[in-house]
Design a protein around this ligand. Structure first.
Ligand code: DON
Length: 548
């Protein structure tokens, strides 16, 4: 339905503007700076922007005021607000605050992030969260007291997109242990450090078809894969550093539960049995101290995260190894691709095949109730709720993941072109320029100033002409939209006297249709217009747009 109505809209728009009229060469207008355009977009016609309006608008794009990429802007905002009496920013003060981070801010407000309409997307996420909240089945793991103490009612979902857009719902700030969710991370670190060939000298790549802690090796006497305990214990012997975890989480919360570590070690007979078996079969690199490695394994299981910080870790995997909120490359592309492949085939215990079939996304669950889910090139998600099903996966987490791909076309094998039944929240693909003049003239025709502000911020040429050389100014003048006319002239500095193919100017239109207020605006503006200055400024602004 979306595509059909879009096509109909294009045809109707074309016909509509053909009926109106205009020509000739176009005179370049003075394009304002990106900071100015951002001001107009957020101010919505007001002289000043109250600080809370700015931060609310920012959050609506998915950016957080605490995002490390906005540090300079937020610091300057704090300092600047102390100098104002009303907590509001005029254009000059606003520019001062945003200029250090203008590229990121412009991308956010130009809707250039992977999820352009973030608020409706978040509303859907909240619905999916609520849907799973009502589930009451499952058992909280109780083999150690540190897990048994968690309430079965805890339920949280946090997401971070590849552009660092954040959304959280529920108990997203409560620390819990990664447990098996750490397995893909340490495997990624091992491949990052040593490469695929070396790591897979010690560990296989096949699903085991057996429980995660089975005392069993493959035909080559290697653990089946790095997502089961045997493979993860061997993987532990290949890695050295821990600060990877902090980098993966963009320096958000990563802690350690010493009590969990001690309990895991005391109750870890099966893992010791696996360790000795691995040692007997010479599964470790030479010289490995097996019991020290087991300690390290238990420590890695006891790393604490919150749903929020773990969503950044997942987002780093979704983003090819670059942490979205710091921009730092943490993992090699090879490490990320391997990890996602093995999460996809082996990440969900004995439910892995079914999860790959129904959800079609890489994920890894842990005994504390976490499910680390990756939507490659879109976002990372951490779902957390302690009650587990018989196979060890979080009951609410599985429901959420299943519902997510029922609603959105995120399944690896969903068709992205003909998604009749599913939503696609991603940035619109294809060549926007084709539709741009129609959208522009349609906004001018309907008097939609906020759409025009967005177009201007998106570096759209506000002077572009249709088939009859009509400009947005012609259309707005003919329709009597004084606010649009003012915006085009004052903010966008468009040529006030373009001629359509019949030789008519916007002034002719306003006179012809009897819009006296528009006539006055055009006449006043006309007298101030200076074409030389306009051309120079336009070139300058074009350079900025092109470099983004
Ligand atoms: O290795 C173990 O037995 C635990 N620390 C479990 C880790 C985990 O999450 C796998 N579990 N279901």
């Amino acid at each position: 339905p979306g595509r059909a109505s879009e096509a109909a809209f294009l045809v109707i728009s074309l016909l509509m503007f053909r009926c109106c009229r205009p020509v000739l060469r176009r005179k370049a207008g003075i394009l304002p700076s990106l900071e100015d355009l951002l001001f107009y977009t957020i101010a919505e016609g007001q002289e000043k922007i109250p600080a809370h309006k700015f931060t609310t608008a920012l959050k609506a794009t998915g950016l957080r005021t605490g995002d490390p990429r906005l540090k300079e802007c937020m610091e300057m905002l704090k300092v600047t607000l102390k100098t104002t009496s009303d907590g509001a920013l005029d254009r000059h003060l606003f520019k001062k605050c945003v200029q250090s981070n203008i590229v990121l801010l412009t991308q956010a407000f130009r809707k250039k992030f992977v999820i352009p309409d973030f608020q409706p997307f978040c509303a859907h996420m909240d619905e999916l969260y609520d849907n799973a909240k009502n589930l009451s089945g499952g058992q909280v793991a109780d083999y150690i007291p540190q897990l048994a103490r968690f309430s079965p009612d805890l339920w949280a979902v946090a997401l971070c997109t590849v552009d660092g857009q954040r959304h959280t719902v529920g108990d997203t700030k409560v620390p819990f242990c990664l447990q098996s969710c750490v397995k893909p991370l340490k495997y990624a670190i091992a491949v990052h450090d040593h490469g695929t060939e070396y790591v897979h000298r010690f560990i296989g790549k096949e699903p085991s078809g057996l429980r995660f802690n089975k005392l069993f090796l493959n035909e080559d006497d290697k653990p089946h894969n790095p997502m089961v305990n045997a493979g993860a214990i061997v993987c532990t012997s290949l890695i050295k550093v821990m600060n990877f975890m902090n980098k993966l989480a963009g320096n958000e919360y990563v802690g350690f539960s010493n009590a969990t570590f001690q309990s895991e070690r005391e109750s870890g007979d099966r893992n010791f049995a696996i360790g000795y078996y691995l040692k007997e079969k010479k599964c470790f690199p030479e010289g490995t101290d097996m019991t020290a490695i087991l300690d390290f394994y238990f420590q890695l299981c006891s790393i604490e995260v919150t749903c929020e910080s773990a969503s950044v870790m997942a987002a780093t995997l979704a983003n090819g190894g670059f942490c979205p909120i710091t921009g730092e490359r943490v993992l090699s592309p090879e490490a990320v691709r391997n990890t996602l492949s093995l999460m996809h085939s082996c990440g969900m215990y004995d439910f892995s095949g079914q999860f790959a079939f129904h959800v079609g996304l890489p994920a890894k669950s842990g005994v504390a109730g976490g499910i680390l889910l990756v939507v490659p090139n879109v976002m990372g998600v951490m779902c957390w709720s302690p009650p587990l099903d018989k196979l060890g996966n979080s009951v609410r987490g599985i429901q959420f993941c299943t519902d997510l791909v029922s609603l959105f076309n995120f399944h690896n094998y969903d068709n992205l072109r003909h998604f009749a039944k599913k939503l696609d929240p991603r940035r619109e693909g294809g060549d926007q320029r084709v539709k741009s003049v129609i959208n522009l003239l349609f906004a001018a025709y309907t008097g939609d100033v906020s759409a025009l502000r967005r177009f201007a911020l998106s570096s759209m040429d506000m002077e572009q002409r249709d088939y009859d050389s009509r400009t947005a100014l012609h259309v707005a003048a003919a329709e009597g939209h004084a606010e649009v006319v003012r915006f085009l002239l004052e903010a966008c500095k468009v040529n006030p006297v373009p001629r359509d193919r019949w030789g008519n100017t916007p002034m002719d239109e306003a006179v012809h249709f009897g819009h006296h207020d528009v006539v006055t605006i055009l006449r006043d503006y006309h007298t101030q217009y200076s074409p030389q200055e306009t051309a120079a400024n336009k070139e300058n602004a074009d350079d900025i747009y092109l470099s983004m």
